[in-house]
Design a protein around this ligand. Sequence first.
Ligand code: GLU
Length: 494
Amino acid sequence: MSTPRLRFAPSPTGYFHVGNLRTAIFAWLTARQSGGKFCLRIEDTDRERLVLDSIRAILESLSWIGMDLDEGPSLEELKKAGYSCEGVKDMGGDHGPYIQSLRLPRYKEVAELLVEKGYAYRCDCTPERLEEERAAQMARKVPPGYSGYCRDRDVPKDKPHVIRFKIPHGEKIILNDLVRGEIVWENPALRDTVILKSDGFPTYHLASVCDDHDMGITHVFRGEEWIPTTPIHIKEYEALGWEMPQIGHMPQVLGDSGKKLSKREGAVSVDSFREGGYLPEALFNFLALIGWSPGEGEEQEVFTQKELIERFSVKKINKAGGVFSYDKLGWMNGMHIRRLSIEELAKRVKPFLENAGLKVDDKILLEITPHIQERMTVLTEALGLVSFLFVDKIEHELKSMFAKGIDAPKAIEILQMGKQLLNELPTFDVASVEATIRGMVGKFTYPMGAIFMVMRIGVTGKKVTPPLFESIAILGKEKSLHRIDQAIEKLANA
Ligand code: GLU
């Protein structure tokens, strides 16, 4: 068997959607497990919907999530096609160009070949004529669509025209889909389709077939919304005498409601997950399990990329769509956070702190990281948990002290004792801080939780923090005492 060649063929028309990423993940896993190639092709023939910067976002996201590419647009191609390529890795390959807008002569050549062979024809119907035809069909209550008016008109080359592919009528068309098995179209009601537009740009039907062939693609993985286009593509392969790649239509990524994913449910760009503090390994793992599972009775859900490469199987891709659930993603992200080494987790957390304007001390961050590792679902939560260590001035959530019988005078009393005892400590480490604060409990009639809360807010300013004794010990004596002083002063003046 020849080396499998798979491709990811996004259209740079806006943000990089998780549904497209999931389909790319299945293709990438298949390529990696079979020793095949994974290629990126930019399908930029829809000039009206083009968003110039989206190619860079796609490349960055693929690299962030750890999906390496074997072939794809070179920097020169990107530049030539007018895309920004700052910070983008140079790629290229033997089957370029990998950007469709740079392949126009080839599409023209193939379209002309189809005309020559009698499988396609020039059509010069004006939009007005097409509209009239449509209105008449509607009036007759027949499904609207091109009538084939130009099929036998022999429209000359020098008149503005499109090229249409002739769809044979009354023919049964069969696809052996990698995911869905046999799909049969009994006499599909298809109309002659435009494959080359009057501006020289191809439509998806021509560009996709032509490129998959020219790039030696052996397996086409694409979203199920493309199923209806397949009969056209099958007939094109036949007309051109080209071997057809195997095609698999991937199940949809659905929202919680079981319907199309909405923004609230996760239809946001892949980079927004990075910004939201999700780990690439978690997003990858989570998406790989949407529409695929390693097997019945398998309970393991947290996988490394390497494990997924080993376990993935196209045969186990489901026909039915899979649900994108933020709860599940959050759970999985937490699981992956706990799998990181302390050094690695500190490294991942640091940019989130710095982006929020904190001046991070690496040593302190390393000390506190083990104490937040269990407490985070997303990396962005680190900011709220550890910022007290990296700022000069804190706000005190004083009101949260006032529970379980505590009021301002009582809180001052507790803080004053805490300050005095902590100040007397010869060594300021977790054990001595713990012994001191636990020792305070017997000296008051208030419950332990209330005393701890007053001390927690006194030192860190916040109600939710890493463990209390560790937080105080890592902050250090001088700063801890200073913050207690500030809290006392604020309480006294409140
Ligand atoms: N450019 C198409 C898209 O972004 C690709 C479909 C395909 O994979 O053939 O949906």
